[in-house]
Design a protein around this ligand. Structure first.
Ligand code: ADP
Ligand code: MG
Length: 726
């Protein structure tokens, strides 16, 4: 093994970039060629079918069976022209990643041969076995029926030889068993709640959109070195490994020149994404060695989330072509930054107004402030829940560590917006919010200055930051489905907007003008958010923890405990009133979350135990034996131990660490056995939280041994070997 490791490292160093498959065309020529987008709809559908489908996509009108048949016919013709042989509903169950089941297009033609068939029925609905997916007790194996249902708002696309149909996944009894369904419900809730508020300011608005722009962080490691690390292979992260002498302290990786092997991978990924109509835009090196990021142009939230899931799948397959494995785990390496997925979130109207961007006149500024403040208040009210929405066994290693995000949900406004809110509290409610021109950037009492994106400073420690025309929810984990966090945020904002509108309507009915009613309703919210949720300081500091506790923000750090926020009375009220989750779904989902937490920790703990016992201890003992032989020889030649006190010291240290590891593995196994017999999901997860602690503590003696044991004997690729791609 020891020589193998050197061979692997050398091979990885010598690997050359594999050229990307660059098409002989400009991006705009092949962008979207593998999606059945509007251009293809126009080409492949008859006029009646096209009209009905667009009416369904744009206005939510249901499709009838005849139209679905027409759509399927058009899709089939297009797909076959791309050599497609199979179709698959593609959905997002409560596992990591997506699910698909391919069906060939063939059917008997009744004349002794086969033909390609695809009708409306198989486009609209399929029936996978729901009991085989996490369902939190909603589906038992004996009542397994579940449905996947076509989502016409996200275009079907071609992956290799298969036509993939983005779909919802629901149980026979109608409960959502996926991420897409609640996300779509939450988009409906928030856009419908925002619409009447927009119409107070501009009656021309007919529709509001919810936008998402995700930034996906990831690590790349060489596939041969990866294969020599059982912990990476099985758990997605290194459970042990001493820090490399150099990691990110020189800040030389961030935005650095992209290594050629990586650049070739990125190109292939982008080309594949562009073919699928995914507007990938930004790529760069991230802070940690071997860490990178990519981001598209933001888009409608449901579609943007589907595209993120597609990109995550593409990353895995394309990385292998380049001899890499992509790590989407939130914390693959200790001591360097972990990976997140910033969710840039905003609302906009069909008239082109960005509702979270400052406007150009007093009216649009008031509209902006209305949405801005209501979002902040929703985040404040549901801060514990929002934290729960991004919590997982894997994201737990980022949460509360000395890196984004802290385990407290607060909002960063920047100085400009903080000043604006403070001033608004001081002036009478009927003061017009005047525009201040670009050059004249003074902050008069009665005026909201024109605010540019750059006027908001950056604060990397804030989990929820205003960045000029949007909020950036930074706490989302790199491996997560954005749907979980986005559904929660949308629902919380929807509830708040609805309550706000009720209060404003009552005041208008009582004789107030719109502006005064809005300002009067905003003022108590502004006062409250400035005192509680808004925080521009260092989110990692001890003082903030104390201060946040004093302000009444949730400071819980245990993931199993965090999940409880989903079923608190306030959350149940919020989710049911907005129609995003039923109480039954919330309870079921929490069971899934606790169960997933237990399983992940259980797997990590097993891997840790085995690698410690079967890799680390034998290597340590091998080195110890060599030292013992040296000492014995020394004594034989010189008659005493003089001259080998270092060796004796090392032998004692090795024995000590080996003993420590043995005992801890034994205790950890015992803790697991005790946890396994607990039947209540929540209590078992709490017990597994204790097991996770063993996994964390076990790495210390192992990492100490890595420092002592002869480099040649060490069985696992080290951080310095894994983390630097040339
Ligand atoms: P940074 O790292 O500075 O935050 P990036 O360029 O990496 O910026 O990513 C910013 C993301 O925010 C992109 O996906 C971008 O399209 C998206 N974005 C920009 N404006 C909006 C908006 N109004 N709503 C939602 N997302 C947005
Ligand atoms: Mg960002």
């Amino acid at each position: 093994m020891s020589t193998d490791r050197f061979d692997l490292v050398k091979q990885s160093f010598e690997k050359k970039a594999i050229p990307a498959d660059v098409p002989d065309a400009k991006t705009s020529d092949y962008f979207g060629e593998l999606v059945f987008d509007r251009a293809k709809m126009h080409r492949y559908l008859d006029a009646g079918t096209l009209k009905a489908l667009l009416d369904c996509i744009d206005n939510g009108r249901p499709l009838d069976g005849k139209t679905a048949d027409g759509v399927a016919r058009g899709m089939k013709e297009w797909a076959i022209s791309h050599h497609v042989t199979h179709i698959s509903h593609w959905f997002q169950p409560l596992t990591e990643g997506t699910a698909e089941k391919h069906d060939s297009l063939i059917d008997y033609d009744g004349k002794g041969g086969v033909i390609e068939t695809f009708d409306g029925k198989s486009l609209v609905q399929q029936e996978p076995d729901a009991s085989s997916f996490p369902n939190g007790g909603i589906r038992a194996t004996f009542e397994a029926r579940g449905y996947t249902a076509w989502d016409p708002t996200s275009p079907v696309y071609i992956m290799d030889d298969t036509l993939c149909i983005p779909s919802l996944f629901i149980s026979y009894t109608g409960e959502a068993l996926d991420y897409k369904t609640p996300l779509k419900k939450s988009i409906k809730a928030v856009t419908e709640a925002a619409l009447p508020i927009c119409r107070m300011f501009d009656p021309a608005v007919k529709k509001v959109y919810s936008y998402l722009g995700w930034e996906q962080e990831y690590f790349l490691v060489d596939e041969s070195l990866y294969a020599a690390r059982p912990d990476l292979m099985i758990t997605g992260r290194t459970l042990m490994g001493h820090a490399s002498s150099k990691n990110q302290q020189l800040s030389d990786h961030y935005f650095g020149a992209i290594p050629s092997r990586v650049a070739a991978f990125m190109r292939d990924l982008e080309i594949a994404g562009h073919r699928l109509g995914i507007p990938l835009k930004t790529r760069h090196n991230e802070a940690a060695p071997n860490q990178f990021e990519l981001a598209p142009i933001y888009g409608e939230a449901n579609l943007a989330n589907d595209q993120n899931q597609i990109v995550m799948n593409l990353m895995h397959t394309i990385a292998r072509k380049h001899g890499f494995v992509v790590l989407l785990h939130e914390k693959p390496f200790d001591g360097v930054n972990g990976s997140g997925k910033h969710n840039n979130w905003s609302l906009g109207t069909d008239t082109g107004t960005q509702l979270l961007a400052p406007g150009k006149d007093p009216k649009s500024n008031l509209q902006f402030i209305t949405f801005f403040v209501n979002v902040l208040f929703a985040v404040q009210k549901h801060n514990a829940l929002l934290k729960a929405s991004i919590a997982s066994a894997t994201n737990a290693h980022r949460l509360g560590g000395n890196e984004a995000p802290p385990a407290i949900v607060s909002a960063f406004l920047g100085q400009t917006m903080t000043d604006v809110l403070r001033k608004l509290l001081e002036v009478p409610s009927d003061t017009p919010i005047e525009i201040v021109g670009k050059k004249k950037k003074t902050l008069d009492l009665v005026e909201i200055p024109q605010i540019f994106v750059d006027n908001t400073d950056r604060n990397r420690t804030s989990p929820f930051a205003f960045t000029g025309n949007r909020f950036e929810f930074r706490a989302v984990g790199s491996s997560a489905n954005c749907g979980g966090a986005m559904a929660t945020l949308n629902a919380a904002v929807a509830e708040q907007l609805t309550e706000f509108k009720k209060r404003v309507d009552a005041d208008i009915a009582g004789g107030k003008t719109v502006n005064v009613a809005v300002m009067d309703a905003l003022k108590p919210l502004i006062g409250s958010v400035l005192e509680v949720v808004c925080f521009d300081g260092n989110g990692y500091s001890r003082e903030w923890l104390e201060e946040a506790r004093r302000r009444g923000l949730d400071v819980e750090t245990s993931v199993p405990e965090m999940f409880k926020a989903f079923t608190s009375p306030a959350s149940v009220k919020m989710f049911t009133s907005t129609g995003v989750y039923t109480e039954k779904e919330l309870i079921a989902r929490n069971e899934v979350k606790w169960e997933t937490y237990c399983k992940k920790v259980q797997i990590e703990s097993r891997v840790m135990g085995r690698v410690a016992s079967n890799h680390i201890i034998p290597a340590a003992l091998e080195y110890k034996t060599r030292l013992l032989k040296e000492v014995a020889l020394n004594k034989e030649v010189f008659g005493d131990l003089e001259g080998c006190t270092t060796e004796v010291d090392l032998i004692r240290k090795i024995s000590g660490y080996v003993e420590e590891i043995r005992l801890m593995v034994k205790d950890m196994t015992q803790a697991r056995a005790e946890a396994n017999v607990i039947t209540d999901d929540y209590l078992r997860a709490v017990a597994y939280h204790g097991v996770a602690d063993y996994v964390l503590r076990l790495r210390r003696p192992i990492d100490e041994l890595e420092e002592i044991v002869d480099n040649k004997t060490w069985p696992l690729p080290k951080y310095r070997e894994l983390l630097f791609i040339s």
